[in-house]
Design a protein around this ligand. Sequence first.
Ligand SMILES: [Zn+2]
Length: 188
Amino acid sequence: MKVNFEKVKSDKIKNSFLEALSKFEDLHEYPITLYQKRVKSSTMQAQPIISLKNIFSGVKRYRIKLGVYVSSSERLKIEEVPQKVMTGWFAHELGHLIDYLSYSNFGMIKYGLQYVLSNSFKIKAEHEADYIAIKKGFRDEIIATKEWVLNHDLVGQRYKDRLNKYYLSIEQVELCNVNEPPFVPIIE
Ligand SMILES: [Zn+2]
């Protein structure tokens, strides 16, 4: 694993990340930076690192940006969430990276535009990240993350609404057959 922690001080965060990443063998050859910073809009974000140097070269590098607080909450620190929830969160983000692997760096730019412009593309991408994490063996952790977010009093309603709109529901995850990619229609 080629992991670089940037501004991450908590050992709990580092260990959860390494635990999740250890099961994503297909990612072990790529440099991944886990970077913690105060961000307003989201708790975590998986990003390809694209520069002029690698846009056509095929060299792939990734970064996962991590907030200090859970979403918009000013009181809930990420390092304080239960370990299982944190691991589920990371498994989802690493699911995104697996999804990104099939795209060229140039293709990722188009991907990014579609993600921003199209709700159905965004839903498909978020569902795919969950499916990949489930296939890697993190079904219980993915459920734990969703239950924790949806039931926590200090997590803002906007974040919960976004989770309900774009992500797989707990029932859909429970129905997942780990060996077979399930068919779940997108209902808009
Ligand atoms: Zn996601």
